[in-house]
Design a protein around this ligand. Structure first.
Ligand SMILES: Cc1cc2nc3c(=O)[nH]c(=O)nc-3n(C[C@H](O)[C@H](O)[C@H](O)COP(=O)(O)OP(=O)(O)OC[C@H]3O[C@@H](n4cnc5c(N)ncnc54)[C@H](O)[C@@H]3O)c2cc1C
Length: 410
């Protein structure tokens, strides 16, 4: 089967690109080795950043400049006014809150946050504060950054492109034929559920497999080592908690970033990132939970944590390697032969990455195979599921029954 573009990896980056290519008229297919969004997207907090985090030192940094147009693009897609149409994606919140703990550094951070943003924080009066932040000392602000459910975003795009997304067995079921390093002429697929193999002959190959990109590059005859991983140890809390989305700012850092959702049993779940998750990398689970509990008492005074259950998960952010291992300022790609390796760096930057890729991938010409005939040939091939959010797969939930005492939750 001749294809214009074959994409490896169905997280935010691959699915957004698939949508753009399909609308451009390319015969594009996406191959997924596990579950859609399994690496980072489904584990992310779903905040459509506009650069706040990168202005906290009081400057409009290159990272903030790159990301500040993203909230408006997403807003239009989520409202169905722009493609991809994301009207079926669940928007958890239309905005984030920004508050500070009562330290001098924290106060300075709030000032820095006002610099250079399209979506600058708006200070709230006491009456307009959400109940969860009623007991916070100092300023509380609202920031027009939407928060989406990453799982529903993945499901939304996967449903629209069901015909063009195939499950693959990346261990034994994928063989690449190369004419030169970085020049893929054929992708040979076998699947235990399929009687016959499938051969794809791509004009272009795009790797958007997150942490899987390094191994795929080697399969394409390209050097490994172009990728970096930045680990996080995230905290989950579930129970009688208010819905809350936002950042507690401390100096130039986001001390804790909280996003909320409901689990399948209807409980509120909080996902806790920010500095807590960066520092938590060197902690074991129990140490991190003690730290999280102490952080909460400090940054959210007045919230009753007595019936809350806690868990943690580890996840790596996968990005193009940068000289000192720092976060790249923007989405990045490397184009070699007919293979392009791409990382969005942030979920919010998926539209930017797709635009960069569209610009460097030549548009389709002289198609003998139409999208409809391709879909018919692939009708029986297995399709991947969307990955479960981290709180549905977390096993070790822990209750803090008395101060300093931890016990396993039932
Ligand atoms: C805890 C956490 C919180 C975050 N919060 C935010 C946030 O609030 N806002 C924001 O903008 N960004 C956030 N990010 C960053 C954001 O999640 C990532 O930048 C983005 O999701 C990366 O998307 P991706 O498609 O490149 O990779 P992934 O989501 O990792 O997807 C890669 C896909 O490739 C598949 N795959 C792997 N190997 C292969 C293979 N060999 N063949 C085929 N398929 C393969 C995987 O199964 C997966 O489906 C967060 C990241 C983390 C880890």
């Amino acid at each position: 089967m001749d294809c214009d573009v074959v994409i490896f990896g169905g997280g935010a980056a691959g699915l957004w690109l698939l949508d753009e290519l399909t609308r451009r008229g390319d015969r594009a297919l996406l191959l997924e080795a596990g579950q859609l969004g399994q690496g980072q997207t489904v584990a992310s907090q779903g905040i459509l950043h506009g650069g706040l985090k990168y202005t906290l030192q009081g400057l409009l940094t290159p990272a903030a400049r790159e990301i500040r147009d993203m909230p408006e693009i997403w807003r239009q897609c989520l409202a169905g006014r722009r493609n991809p149409n994301l009207q079926d994606t669940h928007v958890r919140s239309q905005h984030c809150y920004l508050w500070r703990s009562d330290t001098l550094r924290s106060r300075l951070g709030m000032i820095g946050a006002k610099v250079g943003l399209q979506v600058a924080p708006q200070e709230l009066s006491d009456a307009d504060r959400p109940a969860a932040l009623a007991g916070c000392p100092g300023t509380v602000a609202r920031l027009e950054e939407q928060v989406i459910s990453p799982a529903s975003f993945l499901a939304d795009l996967a449903r629209q492109h069901h015909d063009r997304i195939l499950a693959i067995d990346s261990r034994e079921g994928v063989q690449l034929t190369l004419s030169a390093p970085g020049q893929v002429t054929a992708i040979n697929l076998t699947h235990p559920d399929q009687p016959a193999p499938l051969q794809l002959r791509p004009r272009q190959v795009v790797l958007t497999a997150g942490a899987g990109n390094d191994a795929l590059r080697v399969q394409c005859g390209l050097p490994a080592g172009k990728m970096q991983r930045r680990p996080l140890h995230m905290v989950l809390a579930r129970g009688p908690l208010p819905l809350l989305h936002g950042h507690c700012v401390d100096g130039a850092r986001t001390r804790v970033t909280i996003t909320s959702d409901h689990d399948q049993a209807g409980r509120t779940v909080w996902q806790l990132g920010g500095q807590l998750a960066e520092d938590g990398v060197s902690c074991d689970e129990l140490n991190l939970l003690h730290r999280a509990h102490a952080e909460f008492t400090a940054v959210l005074p007045g919230i009753d944590l007595s019936r809350v259950e806690w868990s943690t998960y580890r996840v790596d952010r996968a990005e193009q390697a940068s000289p000192r291992g720092s976060r790249p300022d923007t989405a990045t790609l490397i184009h070699e032969g007919n293979v392009t390796t791409a990382w969005p760096t942030k979920l919010a930057l998926a539209p930017q990455l797709a635009r960069m890729l569209i610009e460097c991938l030549p548009a389709a010409t002289n198609q003998t195979e139409t999208t409809a005939t391709m879909a018919a040939k692939l009708a029986g091939w297995p399709r991947p599921e969307v990955a479960l959010p981290p709180w549905e797969s977390a096993r070790n939930w822990i209750s803090l029954t008395e101060p300093g005492t931890l016990r396993r939750a039932a």
